[in-house]
Design a protein around this ligand. Structure first.
Ligand SMILES: [Zn+2]
Length: 221
């Protein structure tokens, strides 16, 4: 066994270039001396997602690891990876790739080991429940134990957005002084439209309703 001490002031953020993970990035910068980012490339609907992630990482001067996860498209051809399919509002969205977050978090932990980062931060959230079982709090807690046992280390997986709704996530961005940056520089829209997006897809509806609710509340104060 390699005798190794993880750095308790170092965090790895699982980063997609969207609103949630960019909020996690700024949250991490507040709390840790060293922050690095990891993005998974798995044939996203829009190569633009990777471009947006890279440009935010560069602007923030952060080391950015992009891992090739294109094997996922072999496991689950669906709306995220097959550009011809429509996104539908089912209970389990057809954007579902079985075990995707399990795989991503395991690779993130393997990378965290290499860069000696004790903290792993992910923007998964149970409140706007997406229908992904491997984004639930109980799953993340269970995986944290498994990852630590697998490498005989003491990683801490943080989920700062787990119990926040979209309005509260915008409030967090604002409290970090980054509301405008996140609004203008992130990509959440399924149609690949920056900033406030297409306004019509499920992701845009959630993001924009949360923003409107937050700005209304802030304006009223
Ligand atoms: Zn959209």
């Amino acid at each position: 066994m390699i005798n190794m001490n993880l750095k308790s002031n170092k965090a790895l953020v699982v980063f997609s270039g969207g609103q949630d993970s960019t909020t996690c990035l700024f949250h991490a910068l507040e709390h840790y001396d060293e922050v690095e980012l990891v993005t998974f490339n798995y044939g996203q609907r829009h190569a633009l997602e990777i471009k947006v992630a890279k440009s935010i990482a560069k602007e923030q001067g952060l080391k950015h690891h992009v891992l090739d996860m294109s094997l996922l498209s072999q496991l689950a051809p669906n709306a995220l990876t097959d550009h011809h399919m429509q996104i539908e509002d089912d209970e389990i969205p057809n954007t579902f790739v079985p075990a995707r977050n399990l795989l991503f978090m395991s690779f993130a932990a393997a990378l965290a080991y290499q860069i000696e980062a004790k903290h792993i931060i992910t923007g998964v959230c149970e409140t706007d429940f997406s229908g992904y079982p491997d984004c639930r709090d109980i799953f993340i807690k269970s995986l944290n134990v498994t990852i630590n046992l697998s490498m005989d280390q003491d990683f801490v997986i943080h989920t700062p957005l787990m119990w926040l709704d979209k309005k509260q996530t915008w409030a967090l961005a604002d409290s970090l002084g980054q509301l405008d940056y996140i609004r203008n520089n992130t990509l959440t829209c399924y149609e690949g439209i920056m900033t406030d997006g297409c306004g019509e897809c499920p992701s845009c509806k959630l993001r924009n309703a949360g923003l409107k609710a937050y700005l209304t509340e802030r304006g009223a104060r």
